[in-house]
Design a protein. Structure first.
Length: 278
């Protein structure tokens, strides 16, 4: 399943400028550009000279930003036994093409499975649970923005005991609450909660150990070539992504709430928000 990269270069510019509190005029002045050039960039009109001028003002990596704008790099498809992504449409006003991801993780040996977020619907996920003969034991929520929990009640009705987990800083329903450093143990794999808020008040990343490769379900904390918007807590989002996600082993598979799967190595090399890894 090929999933479109969530953000374009102009989205990265806007997220960074908003997070830093820089309006168009201020950005133009600091970059030494006419206002019209900055407006053009934010309207997705690519001019490499202008793009390279604004990158350092926004603390973005210029080469990675230009590569993104030219669509010069795409992640290779990632497949792992015991991991499946479900990409469902979730149109909203102004972004009718929006989709959202949810995930099913299971042990190929024990058939124990856990769902992470629900996306817009869980029909395909539940069909796979049945077809693969899995025992779905829990739902784990990265954050409670509505696109990620739209089918929460429906999915919970298919889990014996209605077992669910959510971040303590972002409680939901009757879900048991998780704090940074908590572990969940399932037969065949373990899940560690890591606090990666910034995009949302209590957003969590879940690092999964025990399968064929390390996995991190990152919600909207980080995307392939971008990160979730954090207009009020931008510095916190950047710090959490550096310390809690990009510090993981390079082979770790990153499973974002939007866009394609990627890896720690990919984002260290190609994500414009993190020039320190280049």
């Amino acid at each position: 399943m090929k999933i479109r990269i969530e953000d374009d270069f102009e989205d990265v510019l806007m997220k960074a400028a908003t997070g830093l509190g820089l309006g168009k005029q201020a950005l133009a002045q600091q970059a030494g550009l006419p206002l019209v050039a900055v407006v053009a960039l934010l309207d997705a009109e690519l001019d490499e000279v202008s793009l390279r001028a604004v990158a350092p003002v926004l603390a973005l990596d210029a080469d990675a930003l230009v590569s993104m704008a030219n669509r010069a790099w795409q992640p290779e498809p990632i497949e792992l036994e015991g991991l499946r992504c479900y990409n469902t449409p979730f149109p909203v006003a102004g972004y009718e093409a929006m989709t959202v991801n949810s995930y099913l993780v299971w042990s190929p040996q024990t058939k124990v499975a856990v769902a992470f977020d629900t996306g817009a619907n869980v029909d395909a996920l539940l069909a796979d649970v049945k077809a693969l003969g899995l025992e779905l034991q829990a739902l784990v929520v990265t954050h409670v923005h509505r696109d990620h929990i739209a089918a929460y009640d429906e999915l919970l009705s298919h889990i014996e005991g209605g077992i669910a987990f959510a971040p303590k800083l972002e409680p939901y329903g009757e879900a048991d609450l998780l704090e940074h450093g908590d572990w969940l143990e399932f037969e065949g794999f373990e899940v560690q909660a890591r606090q990666t808020n910034g995009h949302s008040a209590g957003g969590m990343t879940y690092v999964i150990e025990g399968l064929g490769a390390p996995i991190a379900i990152v919600g909207d904390s980080i995307f392939c070539l971008s990160q979730g918007g954090a207009p009020e807590h931008y510095a916190q989002a950047l710090e959490n992504n550096r310390e809690q996600i990009l510090s993981l082993p390079e082979t770790t598979i990153l499973c974002p709430g939007h866009g394609p799967l990627t890896t720690v190595a990919n984002e260290q090399a190609h994500n414009p928000f993190f020039p320190e890894f280049k």
